[in-house]
Design a protein around this ligand. Sequence first.
Ligand SMILES: Nc1ncnc2c1ncn2[C@@H]1O[C@H](COP(=O)(O)OP(=O)(O)OP(=O)(O)O)[C@@H](O)[C@H]1O
Length: 402
Amino acid sequence: MDSDDESEAVHSVFNTVSQEGGKIFEQREILQIDYVPSENRIVGRDEQIEKVAGEIGPIVVGQPPNSIIIYGKTGCGKSLVAKHVSKIAREEAENRGVKLATGYVNCQQAKGNSDALSKYGRAINPPESGVKFPTRGISENEYFERVWSVLNEFYDAAIIVLDEVDKLNNDDLLMALSRAGEDGSVDVPIGVIAVSNKINYRDKMSERTKSSFGHNEFIFEPYDADQIREILQNRTDAFADGVLDDGVIPRAAALSAKEHGDARKAMRLLRYAGDQANKENAERVKESHLTDARASAEVDRLLELISGLPPHSKHVLLALANLTKNHPDREWFRTVRVREIYLEVCDRSGADPLSAERTRQLLNELCFLEVAGSRRGTGEGKGHYSQYTLLWDADIVLTLGN
Ligand SMILES: Nc1ncnc2c1ncn2[C@@H]1O[C@H](COP(=O)(O)OP(=O)(O)OP(=O)(O)O)[C@@H](O)[C@H]1O
């Protein structure tokens, strides 16, 4: 392809798409959500980096470290800090003549414990090793054996980052890894850095795993407006020189801090504002572009939340959205009311409705995902009942669901 090709799009709907990202962006990828900033661009997490490094620290001299678990809402820098600490630990260990294996596994992308182990095995397996980590076909035990053999033969110590650890079916892997050194399965010390955005994951852990992680739990708070402003300010080289109006970043930061404190979403908002300016063929990104960007960001956020839901959860959500839309004077609805509309939604979509009890459970799951909210009400002599409210714009939900 000719990179100087300035030819017009064949289809006018693609007119605003260009290799360079239009007039507005210089390096749009800097605002992509998977872009990992270099260490001098990690904002406001010095204290957390120090604490995590403090617990995992002994590993750099080949001594057993403390395994840790980091909790916090989405986009508050958990994975970034975990990856960063494991990277600098590897550099420090190398500096001290210790061979440290480091590997990162996102458990959401792993199909269970065996797959997570296999991914870790492949991440640390040196080219000269004869050990194979097939994607399937061997037992979980065999994966363990192979990981141990690679560690024993090629390394002095190991760190494993298990991101979204709550997505594994159980905590067996967490426990096996954090206890491996003690129970003699492997000759090198292992440090586990587990990451989860479900604070109540702790309740699902067995007592033994809890005691392995002891008091080494860190909770990362969402970012405040100043921190988000600095994070965004550090990414302005995504834009062409001088195209960003002065008020855009402070406003994007203020909105993001108020709504979620999530760095990833804040970057997405800024990127969408740039896209919006491009679409309008504007010379500059203005605060007004944030308004449209917010609508797109909201849709994306909700899509992310509900994308993995089974059909009946979506039917229940649609029922709540319909109620909300049709009763602008009311916010809260009792389970029975939601169920009535749910039955209509099922009827329309030709689905067999689930039981009343199951409907209630699905409503509670929507609350857990922060798509809906719940409260207890007291009836006149009728005891307690639950009420639900939609935490999202009903129109957005209905557009996505229909
Ligand atoms: N302190 C920070 N400084 C600079 N950029 C940051 C910071 N925190 C987060 N980011 C940006 O936001 C992105 C998302 O952060 P990260 O993956 O660490 O979130 P998380 O807390 O692990 O969230 P999730 O639970 O959704 O995975 C990072 O890749 C990075 O681009």
